[in-house]
Design a protein around this ligand. Structure first.
Ligand code: GLU
Length: 421
């Protein structure tokens, strides 16, 4: 069945099942969590700039809403399909549960390469997609956010479309909005900041400190990779390599992160970046660097059974959703690599999305210091819970994160019971 074929879905399912086995979870609860609550497929016809009409495929999958309204990003990418969106929605359920948010898990997407569309075409696509999934989303139902290929402008168009339909400015319908239309301070950097916080927690746990000898390679120098690089470089770490879809940059003494960010702002990619001492390497070579910390922050399935044996990092912080396949997780864990699991490592984004949603509903906005402190506290509690589960069941961090999330879902689902009984 179309919903259940993708490697990412099968991987998410096997993570769920192995965590359930480790903690002897109630099989009836696990049975329910294998399937999404609702999967919506829509057609999105738009008029292109040349006057012709083209139809795109869009989805919104709501995996589980026991803990609260659905929450999760909208992805614009050529590989988007129903099964992958379902897997990502499932990961959102576990991510929100793990960090203790009163939110369920959802994900949306449109099968499109956003770089192929003009600004006007992208706006039309976003508005029509928002209109088509409109009946199923809303501040109390399901709250989208940015993901790969979407940004705050996408969210502003989405919010405006929903608001036009309902006749009032709805701050609570999406997060990741620009500040001027109800966005939250700190949201843009939140995922990367969370990754940096988690790496610090892991170093603390090992009684180590990030300093000028700490080497870091970042696969995917975008919305997640950039702020993580800034924070880690500020702490003294050497960011020896960063990459995007065009190439990877490498410098043994550490790259000038701020200079690269300025360059990307102007030129959109790393391709033409030339500086003394900076070498161009491939993305694959970046993944194989002997570094203290590797941050795969681009897309899923970049470390698989094909290249896992070449990975030489001591620690891997999963900035993206599902960057390591289950074979890679188990092989690298056995090799002694410390893996900070995605549902913990990249949860900073959804945590500050939650703050944005709360601020929007209350029409009262917090300062950035309060946001970052609360983000830090929530992530630290979640990290500690995962460590406790890992010790208790004698399992790795990846499985322990799923156990911690599943325990919370299991408790809530049992209390709410099965409708109609
Ligand atoms: N797309 C992000 C994620 O995968 C953020 C989701 C959100 O903020 O709702 O976690």
């Amino acid at each position: 069945m179309a919903l259940y074929h993708s490697p990412l879905y099968l991987d998410a399912l096997s993570q769920l099942e192995s965590a359930a086995a480790a903690m002897s979870a109630d099989p009836n609860i696990v049975e329910r969590l294998k399937y999404p609550k609702r999967a919506i497929q829509v057609s999105i016809p738009i008029r292109l700039d040349d006057g012709s009409v083209k139809t795109f495929e869009g989805y919104r999958v709501q995996h589980n809403m026991t803990l609260g309204p659905g929450k999760g990003g909208i992805r614009f990418h050529p590989h988007v399909d129903l099964s992958e969106t379902t897997a990502l929605a499932m990961l959102m359920t576990f991510k929100c549960a793990l960090v203790g948010l009163p939110l369920g898990g959802a994900k949306g997407g449109v099968k499109v390469n956003p770089n192929d569309l003009s600004r006007q075409e992208l706006q039309a696509l976003t508005r029509r997609y928002a209109m088509e999934i409109g009946p199923f989303v809303g501040p109390d139902k399901d709250i989208p956010a940015p993901d790969i290929g979407t940004d705050r402008q996408t969210m502003a168009w989405f919010m405006d479309t929903y608001s036009q339909i309902h006749g009032y400015a709805s701050h609570g319908v999406v997060t990741g909005k620009p500040i001027s239309v109800g966005g939250s301070l700190g949201r843009e950097a939140a995922t990367g900041k969370g990754v940096a916080y988690c790496i610090n927690f892991a170093y603390d746990k090992m009684d180590k400190q990030i300093d000028h000898k700490t080497t870091v390679a970042i696969h995917g120098f975008g919305k997640v990779g950039m702020p993580a690089a800034v924070d880690l470089a500020e702490q003294g770490a050497k960011i020896v390599a960063v990459s995007d879809y065009t190439c990877a940059l490498y410098q043994e003494e550490g790259l000038n992160v701020l200079d690269i960010i300025e360059f990307v702002k102007e030129r959109n990619n790393l391709d033409q970046y030339e500086r003394a001492g900076v070498k161009k390497i491939t993305n694959e070579e970046l993944l194989q660097l002997e570094v203290d910390v590797l941050i795969p922050a681009a897309i899923d399935s970049v470390i698989t059974d094909k290249n896992m044996k070449n990975v030489r990092a001591k620690m891997i912080a999963e900035g993206a959703n599902g960057p390591l396949t289950k074979e890679a997780v188990s092989y690298l864990t056995n090799q002694g690599v410390f893996i900070i699991p995605d549902i913990l490592c990249n949860a900073g984004g959804v945590i500050v999305s939650y703050f944005e949603w709360v601020q929007g509903l209350a029409h009262f906005f917090w300062d950035e210091d309060q946001i970052n402190k609360t983000l830090h506290r929530i992530l630290k509690n979640a990290f500690d819970e995962v460590v406790v589960k890992a010790d208790h069941y004698d399992i790795d961090m990846k499985k322990a994160a799923m156990c911690a999330a599943l325990a919370k879902l299991e408790a809530a689902m049992k209390l709410r019971g099965l409708f109609p009984g």
